[in-house]
Each structure stands twice: as C-alpha cells, then as structure tokens.
Design a protein around this ligand. Structure first.
Ligand SMILES: NC(=O)c1ccc[n+]([C@@H]2O[C@H](COP(=O)([O-])OP(=O)(O)OC[C@H]3O[C@@H](n4cnc5c(N)ncnc54)[C@H](OP(=O)(O)O)[C@@H]3O)[C@@H](O)[C@H]2O)c1
Length: 323
C-alpha cells in the first residue's frame, strides 16, 4: 500500500486553487487548504481547512508542517485590489509562506507566478522562461520579486519550483473567461481586442502543477501555456463552436494606445465594461503575447489541449452563472 500524501494549498478557495484541490482529492491526497474567514469555500468537500490569511504565522506553520507538497497559489491582481494590497499579498505573502516552510518540516513548494513576468523579446514570436521582461504594473512587479524569493529559497533552504500559467480559461472565472466568452457568443458584445494571447484550459494548468511537483527540477521555472491565438481567432472559434455571434469590430490599437484604459474605449464602442487596465497594460492588450511551453513539455511531460476541448464546461458554467 502506498502512503497517502499531504498537500498544503494556499489560494485554495480561488478559481485555480479550488480546481487543484478537487483534483488532489480525486487522486487520493490529504488536502489542507488555507481559507480566510471571509472566503467562499464553494462546494469543496474533504479539504481540511486552516482558517487565517497569509499573514497569520501560526496558521501558515500548521498548514505547511509535514506536508509533502506546498502549492502556493494565493495571489491577487489589479482586477480586485489596489497596488499596495497587490504588493502585500503577492510579494510579502510569498515571503511568509517561505518563512513558514523554513521553520517547519515542509516538502517541495510549487509557486504559481504568471507568464506576465516574461515577454517575447525583439522580433521573437514567442517568449520562453529566459525572456525575463521589465515588469509592467504592481502585479507583474510583485510576482517578479516573489519569484526571486522562491529562487533563493531553492538555492539555500529547500525544494521549490515556479510555474508561469498564461491566461487561464475555465468555469468559475468571472473576469477573463467570462469576457472572452461574451466576445464569442453575445450579440451585445460587438467589439473584441487587437493583439493576441496564450489561452490555457484550467484542467491543463492543474496537470502542469502536479507535473511540476512530480518532475520539475528545483529552482527551475516552467511556462504552462496553451494555444497562442489572436483575440479575433479566439472569439471566432468560440462563436463557431457554440453557435454564437462573435464580435466583429476590432477595437483599433491606435484608439487603445491613445485612450489608455481599454475600458474607456470599449465602453464607448460596445457599451460594455472590459479590462480595467492602465495605460501601459492597455498597450499590452494590443500586442501578441505568445508563449512556448516547450520546456514544460520536454521536462514535465506537460501537454495542453485546444480551446474547444475546454469550451463545454466553461459554457455550461457561463450559461448557469453569468447569463
Ligand atoms: N487566472 C489566471 O488567468 C492566472 C494566470 C496566471 C497566474 N495566475 C496566478 O494563479 C494564482 C491563482 O489565481 P486565481 O485566478 O485562482 O485567483 P483567484 O480566483 O482570485 O484566487 C486567489 C486566491 O488567493 C486568496 N488570497 C488572496 N489574498 C489572500 C490573503 N491575504 N491571504 C490568504 N489568501 C488570500 C483568495 O482567497 P479568498 O477566496 O478569500 O479571496 C483566493 O483563494 C494567483 O497567484 C494568480 O496570480 C492566475
């Protein structure tokens, strides 16, 4: 008989974390999850909840002590918080998790950063793990500093691997996924964005997190991406697959660059709210932010599936919860 393994998960109540917990439970792990008193735990059953936040030392120590794996996913974006909170949670919160692991008997850490700390350089079509970019905004900057802390931990204290998911698509995400689906299926959403991005299904990211734990090399970074698609292509494919009416007008890149926040331009064109980005981030929305997951494929056996494979469950959720 194999011994049951224990995973400690921060961000367990979030979009990605709850899906990871489901999968760990299915695979027979004992799962400890960090939950704030105010967190919505949804219908996750079987998780051993540790109530507190990233700054509650005692709770964190109990969470990670004796765990075979520590999946650190808790993080916050500029969607939902100001820059100060973003720094606090993403950088300082990561430091607290590392401290708790140092002071206890914790196993390998898998830290979830973002592909946003990398960007294609020069004329390159795709970015890989070596294409470290000058961070834009507090989210990328705080994640970049957290990555440095994790790398240092891997050099001197214990095992740690960093993964960089691209834009995650799946049920439960009221931001990116809901907006992309709206652009693909809603007749009232006539506009889509210029530029392009790497869209990865949530189940593929969960596979990648587990593979990073099992097979990643400590101190290394792995991009977990999906298909590289222009918005135009992504919304057409969604529209075709679900019989929707894909947005036909592309918001002009020049208008986005001139106006800054994409929200303002799209409000005017489509009477809908869209990405609350600042000026630099708006500029990013006009670029093709494409990524290669070759390293994760070769070293972890990571594979991703096409957008259509992830659509049915995302659409079921969208129809039930959003529209
Ligand atoms: N979604 C994407 O496309 C994407 C792409 C690349 C990387 N990532 C990264 O993946 C991770 C998970 O993202 P997600 O989309 O699942 O985000 P999410 O749904 O917003 O979940 C964030 C999680 O972090 C927790 N959290 C926030 N502040 C905390 C604090 N002070 N103490 C303890 N927990 C706290 C939240 O708890 P509550 O439930 O209490 O709010 C929630 O469980 C993040 O680190 C994110 O940066 C996401």
């Amino acid at each position: 008989m194999t011994e049951t393994r224990t995973a400690a998960v921060t961000g367990a109540t979030g979009f990605l974390g709850s899906r990871l917990c489901d999968r760990l439970l299915e695979d027979g792990w004992d799962v400890r999850g960090l939950s704030r008193p105010t967190s919505d735990r949804g219908d996750l059953e079987g998780v051993d909840w540790h109530v507190g936040d990233l700054f509650d030392e005692g709770t964190l120590r109990e969470l990670v002590d004796g765990a075979d794996a520590v999946f650190h996913l808790a993080g916050i974006g500029l969607w939902s918080a100001g820059p100060e909170t973003v720094w606090n949670v993403n950088r300082d919160g990561t430091e607290r998790v590392l401290e708790a692991c140092r002071e206890t008997d914790a196993g390998r850490i898998v830290f979830t950063s973002t592909s946003g700390t990398r960007r294609p350089q020069g004329d390159d079509d795709f970015a890989d793990e070596t294409d470290v970019a000058e961070p834009i905004g507090a989210y990328q900057a705080s994640k970049a500093e957290a990555e440095d802390l994790v790398d240092r931990y891997a050099e001197t204290d214990g095992e740690a691997v960093t993964v960089h998911p691209t834009s995650i698509f799946g049920p439960g995400d009221e931001e990116f996924t809901a907006q992309l689906l709206a652009m693909g299926v809603e007749p009232t959403m006539p506009a889509h964005l210029p530029g392009g991005l790497s869209i990865v299904g949530i189940s593929d990211v969960v596979d990648g997190l587990l593979a990073a734990y099992e097979r990643g090399t400590s101190g290394e970074h792995y991009i977990l991406g999906g298909e590289n698609l222009t918005y135009n292509c992504a919304v057409s494919r969604i529209g075709n697959a679900v019989d929707g009416s894909p947005a036909r007008i592309r918001v002009p890149a020049t208008a986005i660059r001139a106006a800054g926040p994409v929200a303002e331009v799209v409000d005017a064109v489509a009477d809908r709210r869209m990405f609350p980005f600042d000026r630099q981030m708006a500029d990013l929305a006009t670029q093709r932010l494409f990524y290669t997951s070759r390293k994760a494929n070769e070293e972890l056996g990571y594979e991703y599936r096409p957008l259509e494979a992830h659509l049915p469950e995302a659409m079921d959720w969208y129809r039930a919860e959003i529209r």
